[in-house]
Design a protein around this ligand. Structure first.
Ligand code: MG
Length: 374
């Protein structure tokens, strides 16, 4: 393996763990972080959480789990090529969506509304809360006791008010410092993964059509390339061959532009990365194409009536559950009652609901509201 760049995060320049632990024997510290994330309860639940399409709508759609694995794959390749710490990139990618509620963004918006006046709800902060507090796996500490840089990468954004509460981890938002390049990579790997897999899932579901996608240059020019190379290609194979090339074009662009920016800024250490301008990014042309694709998806996929029906229902499920538990905390499972007693009923309820999978939340809803089910 090539040596890491001077400005990569490694075990030696890391700010380490909150609770001191002996060094791992046969792994690096960041490999240990990745392994802890994979073994966590929250990670397994991602399998049954919505990305765009509700989990039970079809076996072939992305879930939060397969999305996270795709992000990790892209992040690893980019990090490795740039001689950055790919284990850290993988750990951040696998953990970045742990805090997602059931039913994707609809669930998060509904829970955030329920939590208005009680500190709000934000999936990004919830991912951090899971790895710092909510996972119960170790005798010596709450959470997973991950390395500082892994947690820093999970916390993509944060309001100034919240940053002040977060101490060390929040300081960079107040001081305008950048996270590691590995964290910056995960951010864009996330974007590449969901833009492309949402095109695939959108087509598979029939919500998007190939005709509509012709207005998207990123899709149209790669589809034309595929047709020229394989004149008889059709159906799923044509879609996959096109999307494959779209991902490749985005990753290639990201690598070239980031390499150029790194060469220009010439960081000599991790500290230089924190104060440099954003070193990981697309060219202006690719950024524009991505933006067009995103707007297209917003208009034609995320706001499609069938998707909106699902989100309206998701909203009701979350609101009903939240209302029922807050009105009568005795309905919560005992460990959440204990959390409510130690903190607030609203936060304990939000933790409980956020941890639910799509199908578990629907089951809880039936248990609490369906007269035919007890
Ligand atoms: Mg994501």
């Amino acid at each position: 393996m090539p040596e890491l760049a001077l400005y990569a995060v490694d075990d030696g320049n890391s700010r380490g763990r909150t609770h001191a632990e002996p060094r791992p024997k046969a792994r690096s510290e960041f490999q240990r972080d990745r392994d802890r994330i994979v073994h966590s309860t929250a990670f397994r639940r991602l399998e049954y959480k919505t990305q765009v399409f509700v989990n039970h709508e079809g076996d072939l759609f992305r879930t939060r789990l397969t999305h996270s694995i795709e992000v990790a794959q892209i992040a690893r390749s980019v990090a490795r090529t740039l001689r950055l710490n790919d284990d850290l990139a993988e750990a951040i990618a696998l953990a970045h969506d742990l805090g997602h509620t059931p039913f994707g963004h609809a669930g998060q918006e509904a829970l955030n509304e329920c939590m208005r006046g009680h500190g709000g709800f934000e999936h990004n902060l919830q991912s951090l809360r899971i790895v710092e507090r909510l996972e119960e796996r170790y005798g010596a500490f709450d959470g997973l006791n991950l390395m500082f840089e892994t947690r820093e990468g999970i916390l993509k954004h944060c309001s100034p008010a919240r940053a002040r509460e977060l101490g060390d981890l929040g300081r960079r938002f107040l001081e305008g410092r950048r996270p590691s390049l590995e964290a910056q990579i995960c951010n864009l790997a996330d974007e590449i993964a969901y833009n492309n897999h949402d095109v695939d899932d959108g087509l598979r579901s029939g919500v998007l059509t190939l005709e509509q996608l012709q207005e998207i240059s990123l899709f149209a020019r790669h589809a034309a390339e595929v047709d020229a190379e394989f004149p008889r290609i059709a159906g799923r194979r044509r879609v996959h061959e096109t999307i494959r090339r779209m991902i490749d074009a985005q990753v290639t662009d990201l690598l070239a532009e980031s390499t150029r920016r790194i060469a220009e800024a010439a960081p000599a250490s991790l500290t230089d990365v924190h104060t440099a301008p954003e070193l990981i990014g697309f060219t202006a042309a690719m950024k524009e194409e991505n933006h067009a694709l995103k707007s297209f998806l917003r208009e034609h996929l995320y706001r499609h009536f069938e998707v909106l029906r699902m989100t309206a229902k998701a909203r009701r499920v979350i609101q009903d559950l939240f209302g029922a538990f807050v009105a009568d905390p005795r309905l919560l499972p005992p460990q959440y009652q204990a959390m409510a007693a130690a903190g607030s009923i609203e936060r304990a309820t939000a933790d409980y609901i956020a941890g639910m999978t799509d199908r578990y939340s629907m089951k809880e809803h039936r248990r609490l509201f369906a007269v035919s089910e007890f």
